[in-house]
Design a protein around this ligand. Structure first.
Ligand SMILES: [Zn+2]
Length: 405
């Protein structure tokens, strides 16, 4: 199912008596407002595509009032924002008049005249790039227990129970504060209201939604498409500069919300320890306080890796709570996993959901795949993207609680 086919199905439902004139034969199934909403929820249609279908339907309803109730249904079911509706109300009647007296409904649906097509593109562009988009709901007083993944909590408890791990963690944090944090302050761009006002504003908004205070330092630097948080008492977030260019505002809210989730759940000191271990023996041996490298690798590394992968599920949920947009969360994951920027326009989150289902099916039925999957992930800090997409979707129906009380 692609957007063009979905739009044709919707027109068939909207104006069934025009099906023949429009060339919508029996192969095009009618799709109601509810159907479009379901297609969006399943990842077949993006929010922008729904907005476009709505804008054309809105124009059609101006020309033919009897279409009004069904267009209204789409507005309510798809939760078309009031701001977008108002932009259509202001712009589309003028555009329709500019199309001339010969304009018919068939033309609108089949081959929209240039003034109408341009007006709708303008409305869409204007809405998507508006300077003060509707803010997400604040979760005042929210505690990490609301978004923690149960397996993260259990794994972190097991990690903390290892004798000496607290001391090692403090050493690792101290080491990073002296080396990495200083290197960032020296060589990366610290986001401030002056240096990167748009990005800082998004960070500020993310902190406000997830009730994180004080606002942690955010450094933007060259490097692979990733983000991470290190430190302890003064955690700092690092974001690849390419992410700023490739991600939408909502996707950045997800990515920064993910990092704030790590901070809020108390993950950051242990991630700092994990990074120290991963960075190699030379660094690790400076902080192992006499523990032999072998004991370090055999005891701590697997526990850290196991917990670290689970902690990502917690942080993804926090990211979703901040952006409050499942599609944006999944799109951000797809981009982080290497979806080619040239084809972002073709990206549909349905494909990653389908891939996650396929992965789980394969895993459930083949012992060899299970073995290799476990060994491949043994030392990884992050779970597979499909597992993250699956967990995000599984927790979608959990209510967003304002407070854990
Ligand atoms: Zn993370």
């Amino acid at each position: 199912m692609d957007a063009a086919l979905a739009a044709k199905g919707f027109v068939r439902w909207l104006a069934p008596e025009m099906a023949r004139e429009l060339g919508l034969d029996g192969n095009i199934a009618p799709l109601s407002a509810d159907d479009l909403v379901s297609l969006k929820a399943e990842g077949w249609l993006t929010r922008d595509e729904i907005l476009k279908v709505y804008a054309y339907s809105h124009a059609a309803a101006i020309m033919e009032r009897s279409l009004g109730p069904k267009v209204q249904q789409l507005r309510l079911k798809a939760e078309i924002p009031e701001e977008f509706e108002q932009m259509c109300v202001r712009t589309l009647p003028v555009a329709l008049r500019a199309c001339g007296p010969s304009l018919t409904l068939v033309t609108v649906f089949r081959k929209p005249p240039t003034p109408l097509a341009q007006a709708i593109s303008q409305v869409l562009r204007g809405y998507l790039s508006r300077p003060n988009p509707t803010r997400c709901r604040r979760l005042a007083g929210v505690r990490s227990i609301v978004f923690e993944h149960p397996s993260d909590r259990a794994a972190l408890a097991a990690l903390k129970a290892v004798p000496g791990v607290g001391l090692l963690t403090n050493k690792a944090v101290d080491f990073f504060n002296k080396s990495d944090a200083m290197a960032l302050l020296g060589g990366a761009i610290l986001a401030t209201p002056q240096s990167l006002p748009v990005i800082y504003k998004i960070l500020e908004e993310a902190c406000e939604i997830l009730d994180v205070s004080p606002i942690p330092a955010l450094y933007v630097k060259f490097g692979p498409l990733e983000s991470y948080t290190l430190g302890a008492k003064e955690p700092y977030i690092v974001l690849a500069s390419i992410a700023v260019s490739l991600f939408t505002r909502e996707e950045l809210l997800f990515v920064l919300g993910h990092e704030l989730g790590h901070i809020k759940a108390g993950h950051v000191p242990y991630h700092t320890l994990a990074k120290t271990v991963k960075d190699g023996a030379a660094v690790a041996s400076n902080i192992t306080l006499g523990l032999s490298q072998l004991a370090f690798d055999a005891t701590l590394s697997p526990l850290l890796g196991f917990w670290s992968r689970r902690s990502e599920f917690t942080a993804d949920r926090a990211g979703f709570l901040v952006c409050q947009d499942q599609e944006a969360a999944l799109r951000a994951l797809m981009k982080l996993s290497g979806y080619p920027p040239t084809f972002y326009k073709e990206m549909h989150t349905r494909s990653i959901v389908a891939q996650a289902d396929r992965f789980r099916n394969q895993l459930a039925h083949h012992a060899a795949e299970r073995f290799f999957t476990v060994s491949n992930l043994w030392s990884a800090s992050h779970p597979y993207t499909v597992s993250r997409a699956y967990e995000l979707r599984e927790r979608q129906s959990e209510t967003i609680t304002d407070s854990s009380d």
